[in-house]
Write a protein that binds this ligand. Structure first.
Ligand code: C2E
Ligand code: CA
Ligand code: CA
Length: 375
């Protein structure tokens, strides 16, 4: 409370007569200041932050505490809009900013405005798009390295807008859906679609093809997740062993125990558990220790972009061997060249997926491919 009071005092001290300050709650203050360009704005704000910190240290005699402030600035245009919209923009840019140990001042720019417009457009259209069946499943086949036969396929979502037919890649909308929570709805929808298709293929007399489906990590905090997907698989009478659940490894672990429990529950329910983008997080080895992983997908970045090739080879070969010893099947992703194929084969990697063999394709093309390859 004392800190908040001193902040308010210093802000007020440093504002001129016609400038305003208000606190909206918590540690969030809004300042309405005259505009004299970014440099002046940054300087004035940083000066206030400096004074607050200095005052804090002086009063508490605790040099070990450091304060870091984040300011989000929106330059209100001449054709001024509603003040609360203007405040939202400042708040938006402030929320977006990363947490740094140092105080920062970030500005609401034209690019950010376009990004928000695009995100709003996506959010406004998503529910209707789901209803209209605009989210389609593409399949990217995976191949056994040894025999070059098709081992399965990964289901990848595409947004095919009607009536224009434009295809939006997942990287444009998945992050938006992960932020607003819609991803959980979409993932279940995709999973249903996939189960339905697998069932259909089977009734057409095809040899069952294992399919992997991506699930956002957002699901892992849902205690009913495993139950829900089990019910879907059962409803369509799809053998759970034919379904591989891909969960991305990530650098962020909010609740490690919960994560371990949910992943193990997936495996115990009979689904195959696949760790996507293995090697991109910081906890890869811990995961292998604590979780019943069935499949490990090594990210493309694992093979390419390496500065030291011999070292990189050693890491990949050791990881592949480790997986083998643990009974985990290895899939190399994003494989584009013959050289890489040869290298991976040499290492004993089990399965590859990548443009070298096939790109993601719609269901009818996959059926043709399977027919031509005799499976
Ligand atoms: P991911 O799971 O790592 O999927 C692999 C991505 O690499 C796919 O991009 C695929 O098209 C691409 N790829 C495959 N082979 C190659 C190659 O040889 N070279 C290169 N450069 N790229 C290759 P896509 O389909 O754009 O998917 C991007 C990401 O979106 C996926 O990454 C996945 O994380 C996410 N995603 C896709 N569908 C879903 C979904 O239904 N649910 C959720 N939660 N996420 C999804
Ligand atoms: Ca994946
Ligand atoms: Ca991946």
């Amino acid at each position: 409370n004392n800190l908040l009071i001193s902040m308010a005092r210093i802000f007020r001290d440093k504002l001129s007569e016609e400038e305003l300050i208000t606190r909206s709650g918590g540690d969030v203050f809004y300042l309405l200041m005259s505009w004299n360009g970014r440099d002046v704005m940054t300087k004035r704000l940083m000066r206030m932050f400096y004074l607050i910190e200095e005052n804090f240290r002086f009063n508490h005699n605790k040099a070990m505490y450091r304060l870091a402030f984040k300011a989000g600035v929106y330059e209100i245009p001449d054709n001024a809009e509603n003040p609360s919209l203007a405040a939202d923009k400042a708040r938006y840019i402030n929320r977006r900013g990363d947490r740094y140990a140092e105080s920062t001042v970030n500005y609401f720019t034209e690019e950010i405005k376009n990004l928000i417009d695009r995100e709003n457009d996506i959010e406004n259209r998503m529910e209707a798009a789901l209803e209209n069946g605009e989210f389609r499943i593409y399949f990217q086949p995976k191949y056994y390295l040894e025999t070059e036969e098709i081992a399965g396929a990964e289901a990848l979502v595409r947004w095919v807008s009607t009536p224009a037919g434009t295809v939006t890649p997942p990287c444009d909308f998945i992050p938006v859906f992960e932020r607003n929570g819609f991803i959980t709805k979409l993932d279940f929808h995709n999973f249903k679609n996939v189960c339905q298709m697998i069932k259909k293929w089977e009734s057409m007399g095809r040899v069952p093809l294992p399919v992997s489906v991506n699930f956002s990590r957002n699901h892992l905090s849902n205690p009913d997740f495993v139950l829900t997907i089990s019910e879907i698989a059962d409803k369509y009478k799809v053998d759970r062993k034919m379904l591989e659940i891909e969960i991305t490894e990530s650098a962020v672990f909010d609740n490690e125990e919960l994560l371990i429990d949910s992943l193990n529950a997936l495996h115990d329910a009979g689904f195959r558990l696949s760790i996507d983008d293995f090697g991109t997080g910081y906890s890869s080895l811990n995961m292998l220790k604590n979780i019943s992983v069935d499949v490990m997908k090594m990210d493309r970045g694992f093979f390419v972009n390496s500065t030291d090739e011999s070292k990189s080879r050693l890491v990949i070969s050791s990881v592949t061997k480790l997986a083998k010893d643990l009974g985990i099947s290895t899939v190399a992703e994003g494989v584009e060249t013959k050289e890489l194929i040869d290298f991976l084969r040499e290492l004993g990697c089990d399965i590859v997926q990548g443009y070298y063999y096939s790109k993601p394709m719609p269901e009818n093309e996959l059926m043709l491919l399977l027919k031509n390859s005799g499976s």
